[in-house]
Design a protein around this ligand. Sequence first.
Ligand SMILES: Nc1ncnc2c1ncn2[C@@H]1O[C@H](COP(=O)(O)OP(=O)(O)OP(=O)(O)O)[C@@H](O)[C@H]1O
Ligand SMILES: [Mg+2]
Length: 335
Amino acid sequence: MTPAVVATGLVKEFEKGRYTLWQRLRREPDRRTRFRAVDGIDLRVETGEIFGLLGPNGAGKTTTMKMLSTLLEPTSGSIEVLGIDVARHPREVRARLGAMLSGERSLYWKLTGRENLEYFAALYHVPPKDTRERIDRSLAAVKLSDREDDYVERYSTGMRQRLALARALLPDPPLIILDEPTVGLDPQSSRDLRDRVRDLRAQGRTILLTTHYMEEADQLCDRVAIIDHGKIVALDSPAALKRTIRAEEIVRLEIGLRGDGTGLLAQLGRAGTVARQQQTNGTLAVTIHCSSARDLVPAAFDAARAHGATVQHVEVVPVTLEDVFLSVTGRELRE
Ligand SMILES: Nc1ncnc2c1ncn2[C@@H]1O[C@H](COP(=O)(O)OP(=O)(O)OP(=O)(O)O)[C@@H](O)[C@H]1O
Ligand SMILES: [Mg+2]
């Protein structure tokens, strides 16, 4: 089967800084530097999967999505969408994908949900004879049929987001590109939108989405590419990514300190691997990877006692994609 997306050596460079007209007129040197927002990405998204790009702010997720959906021209590299070269046949590609990108979620608040879709259907050249059916189906897909005649200004944030998704579905696209689809939604609306995304996959569509929520990537995506500074640093199913963390268990401790925690940390480091630690106001919060929490926890209590400290809180937590991110980049996903 033709893959939904194949990107090869994708690069996007931007200018950093500014060079004003005034500077130009005074013949000041142009001090702008170029930097790579996307730095050589190779990607293959299979038909029918939910594929996620997970990464922190500024990692290059939106830039990548814009290039894949023909809105931004790559500095170098090539992209094929459903076997079609994006640079050579952008119109054909555009007809086959529905995109919901951040920053262009504008809907007309003084129009109803249905009227919005009628407007965008005309804009996207949906054949007039298909318009009605497409709108019906798009509204049904996002479960908004019963609210289609309400003004968008009376919609909740989650409903507006769903209407934006319905708009992306108007061309009846086999490939759907969603940039941070659940950003700004409450947990209930996020769950609801993720269910709609799963429905779309069940219809045989391919979904490529970005997120900086690791739980979302974990729960929703068949495969995840972790992206950092414009590069893919890990790519696999969430389960396989988590298996790369060798620890079987992760223990989080909060320890009340008297003085400095250096000696205690060193001792804890001999019982397991200290993945994270933070000292604030006499409290040491430490996350330790270990093979057995049953052995580590008593050892940690002994170590604390030996250093005149008291364990205030113990928690055994599962491995998350956050730990994967930390282990490949050395930094936290949420800074
Ligand atoms: N048009 C532009 N001109 C210059 N720099 C840009 C432009 N668009 C994006 N950038 C820069 O490229 C980098 C990547 O931005 P991008 O929006 O792709 O990140 P992101 O992963 O989507 O982040 P976020 O999670 O905040 O949405 C950032 O440093 C950003 O400032
Ligand atoms: Mg973004």
